[in-house]
Design a protein around this ligand. Structure first.
Ligand code: HEC
Length: 124
């Protein structure tokens, strides 16, 4: 994998809403199934569908899977996926990666996002 400059456009590291409540993995799983799974795969044999597969998303550079055709915006974004960048992206994709081709209105509920991210984190 090419080394990318360590640039973090989203400096939300000190956002106060982080980890208020314990994450509910079952709720996260259900949420993924209804809100993300139509486009994204996780788990064994996950591969690109309408969107890129999301295994090992934490610490992954945006636009870096090899079997998906990303938008130029995503490939050029230099975002590295972390709790903070993922939270911001799921909340409002176009604010984190302007011009992204992910069509998703965004999740507004912090607890739901916490649950969803905890679920995603189980896929290394
Ligand atoms: C309608 C289809 C669709 C839905 C629903 C959707 N996505 Fe996406 N997602 C995409 C596409 C397409 C891309 C690639 C965007 C680009 O290249 O600009 C993407 C990109 C991503 C990326 C960046 C991955 C990478 O390899 O850099 C993440 C993270 C992501 N989506 C998470 C989610 C999550 C979490 C949900 C559910 C809350 C979700 N998406 C719902 C289509 C979707």
């Amino acid at each position: 994998m090419p080394t990318l400059p360590q640039v973090f456009p989203i400096q939300a590291a000190h956002a106060p809403y982080r980890r208020h409540a314990a994450a509910d993995l079952q709720a996260g799983k259900a949420l993924f199934a209804t809100r993300c799974a139509s486009c994204h795969h996780v788990g064994r044999n996950a591969r690109a569908g309408f969107g890129p597969q999301l295994n090992g998303i934490f610490g992954r550079a945006a636009g870096s899977t090899t079997d998906f055709q990303y938008s130029d915006a995503m490939r050029a974004s230099k975002v590295v996926w972390s709790h903070d960048t993922l939270r911001a992206f799921v909340r409002s994709p176009g604010k984190v990666v302007p011009g992204t081709k992910m069509r998703f209105w965004g999740l507004g509920d912090d607890q739901q996002i916490t649950d969803l991210l905890a679920y995603l984190e189980t896929f290394r």
